[in-house]
Ligand binder design. Structure first.
Ligand SMILES: [Zn+2]
Length: 182
């Protein structure tokens, strides 16, 4: 009986995680539609989204414009304080060292991410900053809606490569035409 109850709680948590990751994915799609690398994040407290954000590095021309930081910023503003002890952060891509640091500093309870980042992931891929005994250690759950989160990034970069290829073909064509002229 106890085991059944535990299982139900685990399943409920997994369902809740998928629901909030879907919202983070919506924000990632918005980033993609703006030509930004699609990463989205939400901060959740008592079952409610109190902060959200997405990557805006290109438009903002700023290396700090990551989705997690925007979501944490909004949550702190709404709550009127910097301690997010009872908040969870959902993000489609494993946080980088800057965002992992912000997560520790803002005392986020739990981090749930979609897909790992072999290039900058700091919650297990390259390094796990949450294993180091800082004054706060968030819990981690990874792989929530992983295929969707990874798929969105893959599609974005594939389209980007296609666009670059077609541009370089146009340049080549123009060069060929110029050679014909001279
Ligand atoms: Zn980051």
């Amino acid at each position: 009986m106890e085991q059944n109850q535990q299982q139900t709680t685990v399943e409920q948590q997994a369902q809740t995680d998928r629901e909030f990751m879907s919202i983070a994915l919506e924000h990632a799609r918005t980033a993609s539609s703006l030509g930004e690398v699609p990463v989205g994040a939400v901060v959740v407290r008592n079952g409610q989204v109190i902060g959200w954000g997405f990557n805006l590095r290109e438009r903002g021309k700023n290396a700090l414009h990551h989705g997690e930081l925007a979501a944490i910023h909004m949550a702190c503003s709404r709550l009127g304080g910097w301690r997010l002890f009872d908040c969870d952060l959902y993000v489609t891509l494993e946080p980088c060292p800057m965002c992992a640091g912000a997560i520790i500093n803002s005392r986020i309870r739990r981090v749930i991410y979609g897909t790992g980042d072999p290039k900058a992931g700091s919650c297990g891929s390259l390094v796990n900053l949450f294993e180091i005994p800082y004054n706060h250690i968030p819990q981690i759950t990874s792989g929530v809606l992983e295929d969707e989160c990874a798929g969105l990034l893959q599609t974005f970069f594939r389209d980007l490569r296609k666009e670059k290829d077609s541009k370089s073909k146009i340049v080549q064509k123009t060069e060929d035409q110029q050679q014909l002229l001279f």
